[in-house]
Write a protein that binds this ligand. Structure first.
Ligand SMILES: [Zn+2]
Length: 344
């Protein structure tokens, strides 16, 4: 048995609004609304699949909207994210903060940024570096996206930006001008792409300047896109359970994560929205081990890919990598197992 709980981890792709445990959300909603909520909601059944993207989005409107709109909502949610990362021994995390959610929830941007700064300080004191990434929603349109970037670009609390939301009809090149100030400011630019649209959406995101791609599963449809990701050293933030639950892949066993890696793409493993999909990062690793036969060496390689692009001092990066080496050595894996991404 691999010691997944004790492994030093790095996660590049998770969302502030959808990553704490249901128990935490349920208790908060009960406090704020006085209503009762189920112990275990229907979407956490192991065989559950979302009927559509809209069905998934509805859960945010039903359960997250009411919480973050409450006067103490963000003040409760933000430390809960830090607790969840620390509990998993995640030493570095890039957490997507939905900027469009601020407006919808009628909260003051400066107040939320202060809460994010306080939590990053608290978590750093406990050994977990959190970098907050401003998430902008494609379907809000170009002007609204530009407005959000303008509002928070100068804030030291926001380390980068991530374009997410409904993909079809909203290729990254539509937003090319909007992201120029992000690149000029030297902040990280990443994008969800090739999750629910084709490989051309990935190529557009890379051309616009995205150095990390969220999901990227559609790359497998086109050898040229795989080559582009490899040649430009793009890190792909793969989220297998998310892709399974949203029916973007046929099933977990057929996720192209290993084929992408065999094509030379730098892979990282991520949970995306554990509140709605189930497994957190530790749980996602456990699925890869039990359902795909993934080895400790492969998991460690994915973690080191993530830490390679982390916004941290070189000394912290070296410390993480030597802790990861020590963890791997303690797993007692035989050398002939060491390169197995997937046994299926
Ligand atoms: Zn995502």
């Amino acid at each position: 048995m691999l010691d997944l709980a004790g492994m030093p981890k790095a996660e590049l792709h998770l969302h502030l609004e959808a990553s704490v445990e249901w128990r935490v959300v349920k208790e908060a909603l009960q406090r704020h609304t006085g209503n009762d909520f189920p112990e275990s909601p229907h979407w956490l059944e192991p065989d559950f699949r979302f009927a559509s993207w809209d069905d998934f989005r509805q859960l945010f409107r039903d359960y997250i909207g009411p919480w973050v709109s409450a006067p103490t909502g963000y003040a409760e949610l933000i430390p809960a994210i830090g607790d969840m990362l620390i509990a998993q021994n995640i030493r570095y995390a890039e957490v997507n903060v939905g900027l469009n959610v601020f407006a919808r929830s009628n909260v003051d941007t400066a107040t939320v940024l202060d809460l994010l700064a306080m939590e990053a300080d608290r978590a750093a004191g406990l050994g977990t570096v959190i970098r907050w990434i401003g998430g902008v929603n494609r379907e809000e349109g170009i002007e609204v996206t530009a407005g959000w970037i303008d509002e928070v670009l100068e804030s030291p609390v926001i380390s980068g930006f991530d374009l997410h939301g409904t993909e079809p009809g909203w290729p990254a090149d539509m937003f090319a001008d909007v992201f120029v100030p992000v690149l000029e400011a030297g902040k990280k630019l990443k994008m969800h792409a090739g999750e629910m649209a084709g490989p051309e959406y990935i190529r557009a995101a890379v051309e616009v300047g995205s150095t990390q791609i969220g999901h990227g599963t559609a790359a497998i449809q086109d050898p040229g896109t795989i080559e582009m990701l490899r040649d430009r050293d793009i890190v792909v933030e793969v989220c297998p359970t998310s892709n399974e639950r949203l029916r973007n892949i046929p099933n977990y066993g057929e996720h192209p994560i290993c084929e992408m890696e065999e094509g030379g793409v730098k892979i990282t493993l991520n949970s995306d929205d554990a509140l709605f999909f189930g497994p957190d990062l530790t749980g996602e690793m456990a699925r890869m081990v039990t359902e795909r036969g993934t080895t400790a060496s492969t998991l460690a390689r994915w973690m080191s890919n993530a830490i390679e692009v982390a916004i941290i001092e070189e000394e912290e990066r070296s410390r993480f990598l030597s802790d990861l080496d020590a963890w791997l050595a303690a797993q007692g894996e035989s050398p002939d197992q060491s390169d197995v991404c997937s046994a299926t």
